[in-house]
Design a protein. Structure first.
Lengths: 446, 293
């Protein structure tokens, strides 16, 4: 290659690089200033899309489809395109990639994560708090349902569509055979597991493949010892894993692993397999939310265990700062509204949908995020159904927030990975804490 | 030398695919290179950080090195299964008097099954609770002590995610190697045998030199595919437990699409490109040199 052509190649490469860098730079934030929740103009019906992460045949989608059909009757040309990806990790990748490309549809699901906070901060989401106030709907929602959707600064950008509490479901007969009572404190868990292991049953069924279920266990001890603020402080760098709450949590999980609490190979057990371990009478305890009521508290449950199933709520610890009736109560993934595509039609449909939704949703036997109406208990329900619903209706103020919605994604992934190793006994609590604190500080600046 | 008109037509026919290649392959690589000097989450403004992503990758990130080590392990297992397996099966096939087509088809079948189906299949095979086929077989032959949750055990998981990938393409490479072996002149082999050459000598002195060009191509294909391996490990374990089956590719994917750290993910992808180029260079060097010797 001659000198001149070398120079020319270098020039072309430089120009291309600079052009790429410039186009890359300009695709950052685009919207300016928060959008008006009550935009002027007429409603012009068209198709709107909702990118969501919920079961395709679940209550939310069924109810919303019905509502969209009703709305279309009075607004010809309107339709709601529901694009669901129930698998959460796949959904998040889709949503985050679309957000980066600035191609999100009118409505999309998200938790109150640091990523969503960035979208809100760059005015790409509608202020749902202001919208609900404007529609006079704020007071109709359960406080816990709205609080779960709020960002740490208290702002609200997501609409809840569900409401559920998470309990430890257990097999009473297995507990009787092992001669044990339900654990009074979290510290009783290892002994409970050992007693159940002696009977030859798997103490706790765990869906390790989806990773969040094990992360729930990480949240329990710190919630009792230091309250819900601990994880928020972790996320902002004002707390560390080496704080007492973090240390005790790591030690507790290590002890659970050493006591053989979870089934062997739990890290590759999926949701359905883990639940089947419990419902087929092979495992004694299973931690899951009331969204599974139709499988755990109706005649859909295997006859062999149907009369032996009961539940207990998150046990306390000595010196707990949170009350017994405070535990994991969530309103599920929330729905955000894209500010870029917000117009009178979107507002009109949301107003119609949120007004109609509670009645239709509650009639399916599920708990609505609103205070009324009451749940319609299905005909095939067992007594446990009512008990579980009553319990969910009476929860305390503080929520044990799932950690995966609080931590930055990199720290969160590492935590999920390290938790598996900790419980499997591949690492010690000290190693776990050192690794996690290093990861946390590396990723604090976002 | 081609006549002038046909040189022109060659250029006319070659330029569009070349442009397409440039846009589809080279441009994204250059784009990744540029992006790797920035910190960008997809929403906020891009921030120029110079070489920090590379410094982080090479000095501060232990997951990266674990993933790199795992990727090499994955490569070795895949190559042994794919190339070794292909050579053995193809050699045996040449000695098979009949039903060659049937055997070839059976060996090729896994290559046409969808990856997701293969992942589901192996998930069931490896399962411990409920008991999968492998653990059942171990129990039948009285080796209960060897039963384990293959995908949850940090000592077995890397091999467990590599084997499906190796198994899957053995048939494909077998076909290529078999075709090359069939082209080896029979007279040469017969002459060598008459001179008293052993089976090994026939293979090493006659057959292998003949198939070497094909062997170089298959080695390059298998190596670059294995270095880019992603789908089966990702579907089976997602890199877990811990980082025991994390490969550079799965780590890069997570960094980009789960952690939304596009700059750092680009730095890892640049590393993967360089790694593939070095691997191809090494293969050429090693196999060529032996050729000249």
């Amino acid at each position: 290659m001659s000198l001149r052509s070398k120079h020319r190649t270098a020039l072309v490469a430089t120009v291309a690089t600079v052009a790429l860098a410039l186009t890359g730079c300009s695709s950052g934030s685009s919207a300016s200033g928060p959008a008006d929740v009550d935009p002027d103009g007429d409603i012009v019906p068209r198709e709107i899309s909702w990118l969501l992460s919920r079961p395709a045949d679940g209550g939310v989608i069924t109810a919303m489809q019905q509502i969209a059909d009703e709305y279309a009757e009075s607004h010809e040309g309107f339709s709601l395109n529901l694009i669901t990806t129930p698998d959460r990790p796949s959904y998040l990748q889709k949503y985050e990639t679309l957000a980066a490309a600035n191609k999100l549809p009118e409505l999309f699901d998200t938790d109150a994560t640091p990523f969503a906070q960035k979208l809100a901060d760059s005015d790409r989401m509608i202020d749902v708090g202001a919208l609900l106030d404007d529609l006079n709907l704020t007071d109709t929602y359960r406080d816990a349902a709205l609080n779960y959707q709020r960002f740490p600064d208290g702002s609200l950008y997501m609409v809840p569509f569900e409401y559920s509490s998470e309990y430890f479901w257990y097999n009473t007969e297995m507990f009787d055979e092992a001669g044990i009572e339900i654990p009074e404190t979290l510290d009783d868990f290892p002994a409970m597991c050992e007693a159940l292991r002696e009977q030859g049953v798997t103490p706790i069924a765990l869906n390790g493949q989806d990773r969040w279920p094990l992360e729930r266990y990480m949240a329990f001890y710190p919630f009792r010892e230091a309250g819900p603020e601990y994880v928020q402080n972790l996320a902002t760098g004002n707390a560390s894993f080496s704080d007492p709450a973090g240390q005790h949590a790591a030690q507790w999980l290590y002890d659970l692993g050493q006591a053989g609490c979870f089934q062997k190979g739990f890290s590759s057990t999926g949701y359905a397999d883990a639940q089947a371990l419990f419902t087929s009478g092979k495992a004694a305890v299973y931690n899951v939310g009331t969204w599974e009521l139709s499988n755990l508290a109706t005649d859909a449950l295997d006859e062999g265990v149907r009369d032996d199933v009961d539940f207990f709520t998150l046990p306390t610890i000595d010196g707990a700062v949170t009350a017994d009736d405070e535990f994991v109560t969530t309103s599920g993934i929330g729905m955000a509204i894209n500010a870029k595509t917000y117009d009178p039609l979107v507002r009109g449909f949301i107003e119609f949908a949120l007004t109609r939704y509670p009645e239709i949703y509650a009639s399916s036997g599920a708990l609505a995020p609103t205070k009324t109406p009451e749940v319609t208990i299905p005909d095939n329900a067992t007594d446990l159904y009512t008990k579980a619903v009553d319990q969910a209706e009476n929860v305390g103020e503080k929520i044990a927030v799932p950690w995966d919605t609080q931590l930055d994604p990199t720290t969160n992934t590492r935590l999920q990975q390290e938790l598996t190793l900790l419980v499997q006994g591949e690492s010690t609590p000290e190693q776990f804490i050192a690794t996690m604190d290093k990861t946390l500080s590396e990723n604090l600046d976002g | 030398m081609l006549p002038r008109r046909s040189t022109l037509s060659v250029v006319v026919f070659l330029v569009p695919p070349l442009l397409l290649y440039g846009i589809a392959v080279l441009l994204p690589i250059v784009q990744s290179l540029v992006l790797s000097f920035f910190k960008w989450d997809g929403i906020s403004d891009m921030r120029f950080v110079g070489l920090d992503n590379y410094v982080k990758m090479l000095t501060r990130d232990d997951v990266f090195w674990t993933a790199f080590g795992n990727a090499l392990g994955y490569l070795v297992i895949c190559l042994v299964l794919q190339l070794g397996g292909a050579l053995i099966v193809a050699s045996l096939l040449t000695a098979l008097p009949r039903a060659r087509e049937l055997v070839k088809t059976i060996y090729l079948l896994p290559a046409v099954i969808s990856t997701v189906a293969i992942a589901l299949l192996f998930q069931r095979l490896y399962s411990f609770e409920p008991v999968g086929l492998i653990n059942q077989l171990l129990s039948v032959i009285g080796l209960e002590q060897l039963q384990t949750a293959w995908l949850s055990n940090v000592d077995t998981v890397l091999a467990a995610v590599s084997i499906p990938e190796g198994w899957r393409f053995t048939g494909l490479y077998m076909l290529i190697v078999y075709a090359a072996l069939m082209a080896v002149p029979k007279e040469l082999e017969e002459a060598a045998r008459l001179d008293g050459a052993s089976w090994w000598q026939v293979f090493w002195r006659i057959r292998f030199p003949f198939i070497r060009p094909v062997w170089i191509t298959t080695t390059i294909m298998a190596t670059t595919y294995a270095l880019r391996g992603f789908d089966i490990p990702y579907l089976l374990t997602g890199g877990g437990p811990g980082q025991a089956s994390e490969l550079l590719t799965t780590y890069m994917y997570k960094t980009a699409f789960a952690h939304t750290d596009y700059g750092y993910a680009s730095a890892i992808s640049v590393f993967i490109v360089v790694e593939c180029l070095i691997a191809v260079g090494l293969i050429f060097l090693l196999l060529r040199r032996r050729d000249n010797a």
